[in-house]
Design a protein around this ligand. Structure first.
Ligand code: GBH
Length: 528
């Protein structure tokens, strides 16, 4: 008995010593992320053009669970200075946000540049730079100008010309201060969800070829924008340009060879389709999936594979076209070659992959059906990429946890637990030698969660969408994250006692959580 107690104590003490010694390097960049359509509002402010999400939410409100839209959202268009105060209070090293293409090029093409749009992003960026917060800019986070969609959008083989021109306008105007560029956020969601199925704008649902043709056109557009930067801007501006791909962990259900192969096929279908052409040594689409689609296409009576080919010139253009690998990571899943198969449209990406997926019910569930706390998933994903693609520089560009507006709310312990778990994964990956340079929490604040409207909340800061000024209040997770950034250590026991944050223009954020007590107000918050 006595011996057991001593062993128990030793385990606790040793554990304790471990977390204190596990520090993020001083130059590791902690940040938070958002996207234009999800926070900005001002959907038609000044001369902004219509995007595919404006069109979808206005013409088909039932597409969104609560029939809401991003017309106003968190109104960052008016509140951007408040946003930067929130970043400053958290002590962020970096902030990842996206530019709304149709805000700076109302028609999508480069003939007309909006002065108001350029001014808005200049102000936002200058405000960050003032407080030493590194801006990390995503050029495309799903809000294509509707005019370009009318011309086929990502299905148009000349898409790369429109995108390169847009990228150049952004580099020219903001590149003196922005040194981190991300061309696309999540090609899988753009291509599979937008063109290959019917869950995101523009809801094309071309299940047979939508995903694959979009993938090719997107990759060429990415590469053109990358090379434009390297050739004409990087020499003077000295920044880096990369892409962000959603990499959830996909592991085999059992250790059998069939399950391991099934998991590899699933990884190729989920993100290899976009990562392989850029980060692998040879380039081009992933071999196994490419073969499957080729023989299935032949069997299905197509005269050519539904997966288009790269010419040698295109393959070389795309290969190596990224200074870093941006990873959006949320969850994990287990894959079986034989079990848990569902029926999918034939032909389609999921039918081509033809595997079953299983999510263990004991993995904690967030408010989003697809998001569970999958043990060590970020560690598995990062070490896998490190090995597969020969040690790329990696940034985690999104990682976060949703709760419904009812549960948790200010005392968001589920989110705290999730962030701690994933940041421990990040520390494990660093120890394993992964070249991980930064981590962006999703999200700085509650925002328009696409199909789920305002029903799933990801924010470190709550946004009161019913209030006139879209008031922001920090949740417990904001204080825990702030403490992690300050100390560079993930303290599993840290409990914030006072949750008040001050901002420097005389107004302050009063949280509803104070001295471990929940209170419902009143709040003295006013902005602008
Ligand atoms: C990210 O995508 C996005 O970049 C970001 O804009 C978003 O707010 C954030 O996640 C949180 O969702 O509805 O079951 O068909 C993460 C990848 C892919 C996760 C689409 C949700 C929908 C699955 N997302 N998926 S389902």
């Amino acid at each position: 008995m006595k011996l057991l107690i001593i062993i128990g104590l030793a385990a606790v003490w040793c554990d304790a010593a471990q977390w204190q010694d596990r520090r993020f390097p001083d130059d590791f960049r902690f940040g938070a992320a958002t996207a234009a359509y999800q926070i900005e509002g001002g959907w038609n402010a000044d001369d902004k053009g219509e995007s595919i999400w404006d069109r979808l939410t206005h013409t088909n409100p039932d597409f969104i669970a609560d029939r809401s839209n991003g017309d106003v959202a968190a109104d960052t268009y008016s509140n951007y200075r408040t946003d930067v105060q929130m970043m400053r209070e958290l002590g962020l090293d970096a902030y990842r946000f996206s530019i709304a293409w149709s805000r700076i090029l109302p028609n999508g093409i480069s003939s007309k540049v909006s002065d108001a749009g350029i001014a808005f992003y200049n102000n936002y960026i200058n405000e960050m730079v003032k407080y030493n917060i590194t801006p990390m800019v995503t050029l495309y986070h799903w809000d294509l100008p509707q005019k370009l969609q009318d011309l086929g959008g990502f299905m148009n083989p000349n898409f790369h010309e429109w995108f390169e021109d847009y990228a150049r306008v952004a580099y020219e105007n903001f590149g003196d201060r922005v040194k981190h560029w991300i061309t696309f956020n999540e090609p899988r969601e753009i291509c599979y969800e937008g063109y290959g199925s019917d869950t995101k704008a523009p809801v094309i649902n071309a299940t047979d070829i939508g995903t694959y043709y979009c993938a090719k056109n997107l990759l060429i557009a990415h590469a053109k924008a990358y090379h434009a930067y390297v050739k004409d801007f990087k020499p003077k501006q000295g920044g880096v340009c990369g892409i962000t791909i959603s990499v959830n962990w996909v592991g085999p259900l059992t250790d059998s060879e069939d399950d391991r192969l099934a998991a590899e096929i699933k990884r190729q279908a989920e993100w290899g389709l976009y990562a392989e052409p850029i980060f692998s040594e040879y380039g081009g689409f992933p071999a196994e999936l490419c073969n499957i689609v080729a023989w299935k296409s032949a069997e299905q009576g197509y005269r050519r594979s539904r997966m288009p080919e790269f010419t040698d010139e295109e393959r070389t253009l795309v290969r190596g076209s990224s200074d870093f690998f941006g990873v959006n990571h949320y969850s994990g899943t287990l894959v079986s070659a034989t079990h848990y198969k569902e029926t999918h449209p034939v032909p389609s990406l999921l039918d081509d992959a033809g595997v079953g997926v299983y999510n263990p019910p004991e993995w904690p569930q967030s408010a989003s059906s697809w998001l569970r706390l999958s043990p060590n998933s970020l560690y598995y994903a990062l070490t896998h990429l490190d090995t597969k693609y020969n040690k790329p520089i990696i940034y985690v560009t999104e990682n976060g946890w949703s709760e419904s507006p009812e549960d948790g709310y200010y005392i968001d312990n589920g989110r705290v637990e999730y962030f701690r778990a994933k940041l421990n994964d990040a520390l494990d990956a660093l120890e394993a030698g992964v070249d991980l340079r930064g981590y962006m929490a999703w999200s700085l604040m509650d925002n328009f969660e696409w199909n789920q409207g305002y029903l799933e909340r990801f924010g470190l800061f709550e946004v009161d969408f019913k209030s006139e000024y879209k008031e922001r209040r920090p949740r417990k997770s904001a204080f825990v994250y702030k403490h992690i950034i300050e100390t560079r250590v993930v303290d599993p026991y840290y409990e914030p006692d006072s949750l008040t944050m001050w901002i420097d223009d005389g107004h302050y954020f009063q949280s509803a959580y104070y001295n471990n007590q929940y209170s419902s107000g009143p709040f003295s918050v006013s902005y602008n």
